[in-house]
Design a protein around this ligand. Structure first.
Ligand code: ARG
Length: 269
């Protein structure tokens, strides 16, 4: 396709993996017996930040807190739309203390933070498409939280049920390419949710289980560049065929915790 895609500059919030580790198991990817190479993780993470900045994006970062090894996954801390910060309440008790540190950062940056009463894991499950919010449920974020998000953010929230434990957050099975389109792995969703996605996005770029297992769907797109796991080779080619420009960034150490590029990236809109 010769169509030229336009990128829009973004503002991202990230958290350095200084205390990153796999110390407990709250998703099928995590095995505390398989050690994380902390130096490699830091290098990979810095490469992601460099790639964002090199493509014109602004990156803010908050101080990591010892004892919170998953805090690096900033996407889970909130969903921010039009300056409204819908905070988080984590499913796992091990992650619950993260929210207050993120809330403090947002407040210092001048935002009010809404703290959900029901379990809600930020952009892990609440994905802004430019028109509405696609909201995952099934493993983490609850239906109750979808209702709270709609009430607080004032945009339609469309619930989608996740069915495969390897793709326990919506952002492991779907990402937004631009204001008009998304890319997703259909089998990660219940039959009804699959149908909803088919109706909403008839021209979506579809991914396979291999693409999803290679973390290809935990990607960040600025409308033109898609920051994506190089392991998802076939998906990179398919996206290039649709006129997007894949920017490979390898976060293999974070895959051990069940996270990737998008998990490490909170977008402030
Ligand atoms: N270990 C973390 C958890 O299971 C990984 C979070 C990944 N984040 C994401 N947005 N999918 O909660």
């Amino acid at each position: 396709m010769s169509e030229s895609r336009a990128s829009r500059p973004r503002r991202f919030l990230v958290c350095e993996p200084r205390h990153f580790a796999v110390q407990y198991t709250i998703n099928p990817w995590m095995n505390p017996d398989r050690p994380v190479d902390v130096d490699l993780a830091r290098d990979q993470w810095q490469e992601l930040i460099r790639a964002y900045r090199a493509h014109g994006h602004t990156v803010d970062s908050l101080e990591p807190v010892p004892g919170l090894p998953d805090m690096v996954f900033s996407a889970n801390a909130a969903c921010v739309v039009e300056g409204r910060v819908f905070g988080s309440l984590f499913h796992a008790p091990q992650r619950r203390p993260e929210s207050v540190h993120y809330d403090t950062w947002f407040k210092a940056a001048g935002y009010d933070v809404y703290r959900p009463e029901a379990v809600s894991e930020g952009e892990g499950d609440l994905v802004w498409t430019g028109r509405y919010i696609l909201a995952g449920t099934g493993f983490r974020t609850t239906r109750e939280a979808h209702r709270e998000a709609q009430e607080f953010l004032g945009h339609p929230v469309i619930g989608l049920t996740l069915v495969d434990p390897y793709f326990y957050h919506l952002d492991t099975a779907l990402f937004v390419l631009d204001d008009a389109n998304v890319c997703y792995y259909p089998e990660a969703f219940s039959p009804g949710s699959r149908e909803v996605l088919r109706r909403l996005f008839p021209d979506a770029v579809l991914a396979t289980r291999e693409d999803a297992l290679a973390w290809g769907l935990n990607s960040v797109s600025d409308g033109r560049h898609v920051f994506i796991a190089p392991q998802a080779e076939a998906l990179c080619e398919r996206l290039a065929g649709h006129g997007y420009v894949p920017v490979p960034v390898d976060l293999s150490e974070f895959h051990k915790a069940g996270g990737g590029i998008k998990c490490c990236t909170q977008e402030i809109r």
